[in-house]
Structures are given as C-alpha cells and as structure tokens.
Design a protein around this ligand. Structure first.
Ligand code: 6CM
Length: 262
C-alpha cells in the first residue's frame, strides 16, 4: 500500500506543454531503443576505427540521395555521461567542437533541456551549401527496471520546422532571397552516454580515475537535394571520425579539473 502511494520518479521536463512534445518524446524513445541495439548482425560495415572508437555505416539511398545510417561506439575515461551530453547539447560550446558549421542560432529555447537550432553548414564542393533546422532534447533515461539506467543520458536531435526560418520549397528548393542559397538537410541524431563507475577501494571518494563513459552515436542525414553520392560519402568518412574524436577530447579537457557532474 505504501509503495503505491509513493511518487514515481519520472523526470518531468518543462517542455511538456510545447506543441512538439509528443514528437520529442516519441522520437527520443525510438532513438534510445535504436542506439541500444548492437551492430553485430552483419548489416553494419565497420569503416573507421581508432583506439576505442568504432564507426559503422549502412549504405542506403532514397530517391538517389545518400542517407547512409551511421552508428559509432566509443569509450572515454574520466568523464560522465551527463558531462558528454551536456557539452553536446549546450549551444555555448558548439562552435568549440563542431567543425562542419559556419553559423548557429537558437531559434527557440523551449526549456532548459529542449531547444530549436538553425545551423548553416560549410559548403561541400560541388554541392550547394546546406542548413539544418532541428529540435534538440537532453534527458536522463527513465527506466526504473534497470538499476544502471539512471546513469544513462541522451541527446536527440531531429529536424523540424519553425516560423522564423521557413523552408520555401516547390519541390526544387526555391527559397526566400535571404536564405535561398541553402538546401535544408533532414537529420535524426542521437548521442547516448552511460557512466560506468569502478567503486573505489575502502569507501574512498569517487575520482575521475574511477569513471568510464560508454558512448553510442547514431546519425541519419538526408541531404535534402542533389549532392554527388561519392563526394558525400567521402566527406562523411572523413568528418564523422574527426567529429567524434575532437568532441570527446574536448569534453575530457573541459572536465578534467572540474568537479564531477552526474
Ligand atoms: O551531430 C553532430 N552535430 C550536431 C550539432 O551540430 C548536429 C548536427 C548534425 C549535422 C548533420 C550534418 C549536416 C551535413 C552538412 C554537410 C556537411 C558539411 C561538412 C563540411 C566539412 C568541410 O546533430 C556532428 C555532426 C558531424 C557531421 C560530420
């Protein structure tokens, strides 16, 4: 009886009253599920490896456009899953580690854990320059059945629309003068991070030496309009490993002399 009346500890986000909330909730849950599935079934092709990092892809095209799903796993010592996700989510640090963008703007701050971003990415020759408009949501994974689950955080990014940056399209991506030169990409990205703690001996305080962060990064990007497949695949092959290495080093550096945040 007593248990029945105890509050259920499901994290509540202030974003719940937003019109996008049902979609954010559903896609974040789907992405978490997808990230937790392994890469061992033979459909994933390993294309980059560096230390603990492994990157896999599946070659896929939709209407002649490359949309290869990417999945990466990595293990980084000395940081928590929350710290990783915090630096990935927060606009304050994005330009420090994200080397594919020229400009970034927060179009709407829905709540502390949910924002809508507009980004202009660097141009990839010989294709048109791209922009991306997406919501980004940070949350702690609420699963009371798995005792380790409380150590898991996710950031999910997913394309959306916004009145302040319309994509005027008649099917040929003809746009307003101000942003007419950009083709909008469609993306679904998830960063899932779990903190593993090696319990220190004789009940000593946990230090960064006791922490390991297990990272899964999943991405599907539709370029939204013509871009040569071979060029796009070459760019991804170079840029994704560069991103994950640079980003994780950055978080490690930022955190090393700061108190641990779970
Ligand atoms: O996940 C990543 N970054 C997040 C924050 O920016 C967000 C963005 C995803 C962007 C999806 C790629 C758009 C493709 C645009 C063209 C690529 C330009 C490369 C030019 C280099 C000279 O989820 C990390 C994204 C890493 C992408 C490689």
């Amino acid at each position: 009886e007593r248990l029945k009346s105890m509050p259920v500890s499901v994290p509540r986000s202030q974003a719940q009253s937003h019109v996008l909330w049902p979609e954010i909730d559903r896609i974040t849950a789907e992405q978490l599920h997808y990230a937790r599935q392994g890469v061992g079934e033979g459909v994933w092709e390993l294309f980059a490896e560096d230390g603990e990092m492994r990157m896999y892809k599946r070659e896929e095209e939709v209407n002649g456009l490359v949309v290869d799903p990417l999945k990466a796993v990595h293990t980084v010592k000395g940081v928590t899953g929350f710290e990783m996700c915090h630096y990935f989510f927060s606009p304050d640090y994005r330009l420090d580690w994200e080397t594919t963008i020229e400009q970034m703007k927060v179009l709407e701050k829905v709540s502390d854990d949910t924002m809508i971003f507009l980004q202009i990415h660097k141009r990839v020759w010989p294709a048109s320059q791209r922009d991306a408009l997406f919501w980004s949501h940070l949350r702690q994974v609420p699963d009371s059945r798995d005792p380790d689950a409380q150590n898991i955080w996710i950031v999910c990014n997913h394309s959306t629309e916004h009145h302040s940056a319309p994509e005027k399209s008649n099917g040929k991506y003809i746009r307003e003068k101000s942003n007419g030169k950009y083709i909008r990409v469609f993306l679904t990205v998830a960063l899932v991070c779990q903190t593993m703690i090696e319990p220190p001996k004789n009940g000593a305080q946990i230090t960064r030496d006791d922490l390991t962060c297990k990272i899964t990064y999943c991405s599907v990007v539709n370029p939204g309009g013509w871009a040569p497949a071979s060029v796009l695949r070459a760019v991804y092959k170079r840029e994704y490993p560069k991103f994950l290495k640079k980003f994780t080093h950055y978080v490690y550096d930022q955190c090393k002399n700061k108190p641990i945040r779970f």
